[in-house]
Write a protein that binds this ligand. Structure first.
Ligand code: CO
Length: 208
C-alpha cells in the first residue's frame, strides 16, 4: 500500500461525500451520538464499519488484538465508560472473527514476549471451557469454538463493569456477541443466552 495513494483516496472520498451532501462534514463536526459500541479485532481484514455498512457517526469503535476486554486494561475500560456513561449507547457488541491469529497464537506453546500476558487472557478462556473444547477432536473446529467462547467471555467482562450494570437498570440496553467469518464475509450473531449467564455470574460480580 502506497501511503501517497491514501491521500488521493481521501480526496476522492471527500468529493463523493460533498457531491451527495454539501453539509456532510459540517454536520459531522456538530458531534456524535452513536447507539452502538463495537469492540473488535485489529485484524486488517475485519474492517468494522465497512462490513457493517455503517456511516460515520453511527458506531463507536474499539479494536485490539483478539477483541479482548481485560478488566485491568485502561484503554478498553475507558472506551466502555465513555460510550456507556457519556455517549449513552444502547448496545455493546463484541465481535470476534474466525481465522484470528491472536487466538491461534494463544493455542500454541511459543514465547511471544510482550504479547504473552495479553494472550494469556485467551488461555484463561480455554481453561474455563476446557471440558467442552477437549471433546472437539478436529483442530479447525476447536479453533473456531475457542474464538466463539472468547467472544462470550469478553461479553461477560463487559457485563462485570459498573457502567454496564448501571445501564442495564437505566435503559434499554443489550450486550451481544458476534463473529465475522472471513471465509464467507458473513456476520454471525452467536445469540449468547446472557440471561442464564448473568444469573450465574451476577451472584459474584454484581456491583450495582
Ligand atoms: Co483477530
Amino acid at each position: 500500500m502506497d501511503l501517497a495513494r491514501i491521500f488521493i483516496n481521501n480526496q476522492q472520498w471527500i468529493d463523493e461525500k460533498l457531491k451527495k451532501d454539501p453539509q456532510f462534514f459540517s454536520n459531522l463536526s456538530m458531534g456524535q451520538s452513536p447507539k452502538v459500541l463495537y469492540i473488535g479485532c485489529s485484524d486488517s481484514r475485519v474492517t468494522a464499519e465497512e462490513l457493517m455498512g455503517t456511516k460515520p457517526g453511527e458506531v463507536f469503535v474499539h479494536r485490539n488484538i483478539a477483541n479482548m476486554v481485560p478488566n485491568t486494561d485502561l484503554s478498553a475500560m475507558s472506551v466502555i465508560n465513555y460510550a456507556v456513561s457519556h455517549l449513552k449507547v444502547n448496545h455493546i457488541v463484541v465481535c470476534g472473527h474466525y481465522y484470528c491469529n491472536g487466538v491461534k497464537a494463544a493455542m500454541q506453546s511459543a514465547d511471544m514476549g510482550i504479547l504473552n500476558p495479553w494472550l494469556r487472557n485467551i488461555r484463561d478462556v480455554y481453561r474455563l471451557h476446557k471440558t467442552e473444547l477437549d471433546l472437539i477432536t478436529d483442530e479447525e473446529a476447536k479453533y473456531k469454538r475457542l474464538i466463539e467462547l472468547n467472544v462470550q467471555e469478553q461479553c461477560v467482562n463487559v457485563l462485570k463493569t459498573s457502567d454496564v450494570q448501571k445501564a442495564y437498570l437505566d435503559r434499554d440496553f443489550t450486550v451481544d456477541g458476534w463473529v465475522f467469518d472471513i471465509h464467507t464475509g458473513k456476520l454471525i450473531d452467536l445469540k449468547i443466552d446472557f440471561d442464564s449467564i448473568l444469573k450465574e455470574i451476577m451472584e459474584i460480580y454484581r456491583i450495582i
